[in-house]
Design a protein around this ligand. Structure first.
Ligand code: CAA
Length: 389
């Protein structure tokens, strides 16, 4: 790996790599099979300060820069995508508060999220507002000193486990995307109920829930920013979290290449190890090239996004790099894992080996935190503002 990392980043990578191999990998197949949220891994990450590793130190987080955060997610995803999502999803739930919360809100909500005392969730998607995130139908009506929220959210990562949710709801439907507002909602609020829990193809140990809001009362002081700023808060959040999903995808791809190399060195056909077949060597060379190209773009994106910090508006460059990293890393993950299954032959199609799980896990990285079609749209729109460099 040739990318220039600082000594601290290299040491962090070694520590997380060891933890992932020793403590997470042995659980990965079982987490996938049972589809249960891995509380033991959550606790392990709490013990190691990983749950809030990318959140500011003064708010109880680890204070890691975005590249370090991405390296951590990548190393965990290399052995278990579900486990890496514990960190990425917690980061996503905290991000709107870090991006748009006032000092009092940050102090009230972030320390519990950073320590893992409370699980957080980001509730944006609705049945009719997925890619069209501004089409939010959930309503928030101001009534004295509180808002009353009603509506339905779907595909919410950790939705049924979260004690602190950031919920996007329209305070002014006539204003469309400019009428959306962001609220911090207590997961134990009256009127908030968990609907169906999705039975998913991959990342099976991560809970994905439908949430129903039936006249949920939210204190007025839980509004993030001003009324009508919610959509921009969501977009600025995703600009800062898509690199984490890219890192997850990259880790899955690396894990599949590791597994394929191990297998091909041992398995013999036509009287010699499979790895000696040129057709196989060429596939492995392509996989390595795709992974390295993706890693370089991701690490560059992490640096670009890091310079923007939490609170500044995203520049077109920040938005574009974030989307490009998510696009290339997730497409790489899908292609590399599919090829790894192919290289394993029949063994790739059975659950005794990890690559079929990795292929199923890879797919979601092309879908969540904005489909790759949305990433292309975002990249193109920002390309127009790029100028000539
Ligand atoms: N930063 C700041 N402001 C932004 C912005 C950004 N990155 N992107 C757009 N805006 C602003 C625009 O400037 C515009 O502002 P004005 O009103 O002042 O003009 C406003 O927001 C509206 O922007 P657009 O006209 O571009 O909005 P659009 O309706 O065309 O939508 C979209 C654009 C890119 C398709 C957007 O809806 C989008 O990103 N959709 C995908 C949503 C998504 O990623 N969902 C994932 C859910 S979370 C998840 O998956 C998590 C999980 O479970 C793990």
């Amino acid at each position: 790996m040739s990318y220039d990392l600082t000594e601290e980043q290299r040491m962090f990578r070694e520590t997380v790599r060891r933890l992932a191999l020793e403590r997470v990998e042995p659980r990965a197949a079982e987490i996938d099979r049972t589809g249960e949220f891995p509380w033991d891994i959550f606790q392990l990450f709490r013990d190691y300060g990983l749950v809030g590793v990318g959140m500011p130190e003064e708010l109880g987080g680890g204070g890691a820069d975005l590249l370090t955060f991405c390296i951590g997610v990548e190393e965990i995803a290399r052995v278990c995508a579900t486990s890496s999502l514990i960190i990425a999803a917690q980061h996503l739930g905290a991000m709107p508060i870090l991006v748009a919360g006032n000092e009092e809100q940050k102090r009230r909500f972030i320390p519990d999220i950073a320590s893992g005392n409370k699980i957080s969730a980001f509730a944006l998607t609705e049945p009719e507002a997925g890619s069209d995130a501004g089409g939010t139908k959930t309503r928030a009506v101001l009534d004295g000193d509180r808002y009353r929220l009603s509506g339905t959210k779907v595909f919410i990562t950790n939705g049924g486990l979260a004690k602190t949710l950031v919920v996007f709801a329209s305070t002014d439907p006539d204003r469309g995307v400019r009428g959306v507002s962001a609220f911090v909602v207590d997961g134990e609020s009256q009127g908030l109920s968990v609907g169906r829990i999705e039975d998913k193809m991959g990342i099976r140990g991560s809970q994905t829930a439908m949430l129903n809001f039936d006249d949920v009362r939210v204190p007025r002081e839980n509004l993030l920013g001003q009324e009508g700023e919610g959509f921009k808060i969501a977009m600025r959040t995703l600009d800062r979290t898509r690199p984490g999903i890219a890192a997850q995808a990259l880790g899955i791809a690396q894990g599949a290449l590791d597994a394929a190399l191990d297998h091909l060195k041992q398995r013999r056909q036509f009287g010699r190890p499979l790895i000696e077949q040129e057709a196989i060597q060429f596939m492995l060379a392509d996989m390595e090239t795709q992974i390295q190209a993706s890693r370089h773009l991701l690490y560059k994106a992490a640096e670009v996004v890091e310079t923007a910090g939490f609170e500044a508006q995203s520049s077109p460059e920040v938005t574009r790099y974030s989307a490009m990293a998510k696009l290339i890393c997730s497409d790489t993950a899908m292609e590399v894992t599919t090829n790894a299954v192919q290289l394993f032959g029949g063994y790739g199609y059975v659950r005794d080996y990890p690559v079929e799980r990795m292929m199923r896990d890879a797919k979601i990285t092309q879908i969540y935190e904005g489909t790759n079609q949305v990433q292309r749209l975002v990249i193109f729109r920002n390309l127009l503002e790029k100028g000539l460099n």
